[in-house]
Structure formats: structure tokens, C-alpha cells
Design a protein around this ligand. Structure first.
Ligand SMILES: [Zn+2]
Length: 325
């Protein structure tokens, strides 16, 4: 395999900036590429008394190659994701060479397929790294089923975002006002994966497109974007109760959460099923309240204000009628 260290790395850096996936996953890929992941062997260069045996297999020293490719634990995870790492081992391909190969363009494959494949590889590498950290710092032995489930969920989230972004870019907003005597609340959440801070935004409008208020909420300690979208719905129900509107239509652009609330089968991560069930229960007691999925392009204002609440780090209520574009 031919490796172009400088140009290759710069191009990959740019490509990583374009990929729609959470920052820690991109950072992990970059650190693996640059071989700056703090593996136990690397740490032992500065702290010679440290134990360097791999915490998963206890058979080999934890180098980057072992952690990511040759460890029996890592290989088993890759195989479950349909990535045959035994070829990488047989060809003695270094981790850097392997990661560079992820970004080499392949002819006759469209951008969505390339994006999905990259997300799969990057999410798996990140999850393997996370498992090792859990084992060392929390003494938590990884459960393969949960790990595979987490990887598949990450892939689903990132690929759905990619699809929705494409839709959003190609379509104009077609938001429509609610029916007479009905209140429509568009809601959204914005989550920072690095700090776990998140913002929630609700905009209430009536059939005359008059704003009945905007509520921004700022919190710390979110689990993930999906959980914060669930919390936005919960907040909308509390707010609607305060406003005493009989007929209520909620609109969210988080398709898997909305589908989970309206369907018998859950489509959310197992960690968020409790809050979805709680919302379903709440909705079943509120006659005249429905929740629909809308495209991101039809939920733009909620999205912008949720981001604002998170970035300024403040909660607010605006009850005046304000013009909404
Ligand atoms: Zn190992």
C-alpha cells in the first residue's frame, strides 16, 4: 500500500471536518491515524512502573495495533460489524496505513455509502477505545451485546443525520400553521458531546401564525442527543399544561423518538426507552395532543434557538408576540 503521509493526513483532516458524526469519534480516528492514542505502552514511556498488559485479554502488551486490531476482544467486535481485521493482520498493515485506506475514494460508490462505511469504521474504533477506558478506569468489563448495540445506534444516528442534512439543504421550509383553536409547538434540542451541556427550545404558534411564546432551557448532564430530544418533548408537555390549550400539536425533527412514541415498537437506544414510555403514558392522559415528525428544514427556528440556549448557557421565556420568519 502506498502511503502519502503529509498530503494524505491533511486531506483526511479536511474529510473528518465534513463527516456528520460526534466530535469524540472524529478525534479518536485522528489520534489513531497520528499514533498519539495514550495506550498503556505509550504511557509506560513516561511512567515506567505502569502495567502494560492489555486489560481485555491480559495476554499481550497494549500497543495501538493490539488495542485496535490484534486483541481477541477487538477482532471479535470488528467481525460482528462485518470488518475482517484478520486480513489487516495477515498483510502486516500498520494502523496508520489502515486508517488512510478508509479515506481513499472508491469509484462507483455514492457519497452516502462512503459516509456510512466511514461512520461504521470510526464508530467501532471509538467504541473499542471507550471499552478499554471503562475497563481501566471503572473496572467495567464490556458486554459484547451492548457494545455492538451501541455501535449500531451510533451508525444509525450519524447516517440519519447525513440523510436529514441532505434533505434540509435541498428543500425549503414548508412549515404550516396549526388548525383553528389548536396550538402548535415546534421543539428541538442541541447537545454538546464534549461537555454534555444541552439546550432545549420550544416555540408555540397558533393558527394565525402568532407566536404564543418561546421557551429556552439550558441544562448540564445530558446523555446524548436522543435523550435531550426526549426531554424537549417532556418540557413541551409541561409548558402546554401551563398555557391551558386544549388542542395541541407537537412537532419534532427527531424521527426515531417520534416514531417510538407513536408506535408499539421502540426505535430509540435502550437507555432512552424509560423516558419514551413515560412520555407515552403522559400523552395517553392528554386528549387532543399529538406529536408528529417534521423535516429539519421545517423546524429551523426551534433548532437555531436550542443552539442559542446551549451556547449562551441560559434559560429564558419570551412571552411577547414576536415576528417569526
Ligand atoms: Zn488484548
Amino acid at each position: 500500500m502506498t502511503v502519502h503521509p503529509r498530503g494524505g493526513h491533511e486531506k483526511i483532516h479536511n474529510d473528518l471536518g465534513q463527516i456528520r458524526c460526534i466530535k469524540p469519534i472524529c478525534c479518536c480516528t485522528w489520534k489513531c491515524l497520528k499514533e498519539i492514542v495514550p495506550t498503556l505502552v505509550k504511557i509506560s514511556q513516561y511512567k515506567p512502573d505502569i502495567q502494560t498488559l492489555c486489560p481485555h485479554c491480559n495476554a499481550k502488551n497494549e500497543t495501538l495495533e493490539h488495542l485496535l486490531v490484534t486483541c481477541t476482544y477487538s477482532s471479535s467486535i470488528w467481525l460482528q460489524i462485518n470488518v475482517n481485521v484478520f486480513n489487516i493482520q495477515a498483510q502486516h498493515t500498520s494502523v496508520t496505513e489502515w486508517i488512510i485506506s478508509w479515506f481513499i475514494p472508491v469509484q462507483n460508490i455514492n457519497s452516502e455509502e462512503i459516509n456510512n462505511w466511514l461512520i461504521t469504521l470510526m464508530s467501532t474504533a471509538w467504541q473499542i477505545w471507550k471499552n478499554k477506558c471503562d475497563k481501566i478506569f471503572r473496572n467495567k468489563t464490556p458486554n459484547r451485546w451492548n457494545t455492538i448495540s451501541d455501535i449500531k445506534w451510533l451508525i444509525k444516528q450519524s447516517t440519519t443525520d447525513f440523510h436529514q442534512d441532505k434533505q434540509c439543504l435541498s428543500k425549503q421550509s414548508s412549515w404550516s400553521p396549526p388548525l383553528h383553536a389548536q396550538l402548535k409547538i415546534n421543539l428541538d434540542a442541541s447537545f454538546d458531546n464534549e461537555t454534555n451541556f444541552f439546550g432545549i427550545d420550544l416555540i408555540a404558534r397558533d393558527s394565525t401564525v402568532t407566536s404564543r411564546g418561546i421557551r429556552g432551557r439550558y441544562f448540564n448532564g445530558g446523555l446524548d442527543l436522543e435523550q435531550t430530544e426526549c426531554l424537549a418533548i417532556k418540557e413541551a408537555l409541561v409548558w402546554a399544561k401551563e398555557m391551558q390549550y386544549g388542542s395541541l400539536l407537537l412537532e419534532s425533527d427527531c424521527q426515531n423518538v417520534v416514531t417510538s412514541i407513536n408506535d408499539a415498537i421502540p426505535h430509540v437506544h435502550w437507555m432512552n426507552r424509560g423516558i419514551v414510555n413515560e412520555t407515552k403514558q403522559h400523552l395517553s392522559t392528554r386528549i387532543g395532543t399529538t406529536i408528529n415528525y417534521v423535516r429539519r428544514s421545517d423546524n429551523k427556528i426551534a433548532h437555531i434557538i436550542a443552539n442559542r440556549a446551549r451556547i449562551i448557557g441560559a434559560s429564558f421565556d419570551i412571552l411577547d408576540d414576536i415576528p417569526l420568519i
